[in-house]
Design a protein around this ligand. Sequence first.
Ligand code: SIN
Length: 298
Amino acid sequence: MSYRNIEVRKVTPRLGAEIHGVDLSQELEEDTLAEIRRALVDNQVIFFRDQDMTLDQHKAFGRRFGELHVHPAAKSPEGHPEVLPIHADEHSRYVAGEAWHTDVSCDEEPPMASILRLHTVPECGGDTLFSSMYAAYDALSPRMKEFLKSCKAVHSGEHVYRGYYQTGKGQREDTQNAFPEHEHPVIRTHPESGRQSLYVNSGFTTRIVGLNKDESDALLKFLFNHIAQPQFHCRFNWRKNSIAFWDNRCVQHYAMWDYYPEVRSGYRVTIKGDRPYFDSEGVEGELNLAPHRRVRAA
Ligand code: SIN
């Protein structure tokens, strides 16, 4: 189906699209909003350029897609608990998101989507990489898919957030005393597209339920390596006032910190999601590979 109110330019055939012809700081008409939502579901991650917005406008845009999520460990700007600052400079000892992950998958109902806007970018580098979990699932063998469909995995926030809570930075009532930890299906059915996707990530997933430790570690290592293959990826090169809007239900992302000691800075607004589920009737996709493809070095 085509778009009437926005222009959608695909970045790769598997995922990612740049959206043009819309000013997100303004209140959008319902049909434009519906097209943006369709573009997100169709492309898994969408990108916008030249979006000059206040924090209130950023939050207002996010709220059109659902209630906003409060991050369990954010140091939010005064008066904006739903805003997660993303910042790195010469004093940073780590950056948020420098590992393949879906946002806050340790929550019982992990965020549906995240909207990140950067106002300061390094001269070059600082890209965000996205990996399609539909494509990663589609590329598995039928037998591996069948096995994984019966599996659940534990997603824990403990190793990710421990330092924050100890210094009293946790800001959600449910996470003042305990680190979020929940079990989710390893194969997740997308509630809007109906497609099956792989739902484990190296940021939060700690073990596969019911396997012994060695088995679980080996399987997770295989899946994390599988997800990291470039054939499932697209890569976004930021400019000042760019926005990336990704669907956490079917993509993972990785923030590349190759620009030290330069500054990269912005804000993320995150939209609440639902409890992940597996539906055996979900849609099985196909990887669009050339039929006689052989891999060889050039
Ligand atoms: C994140 O939200 O995980 C950070 C992404 C980025 O900084 O590109």
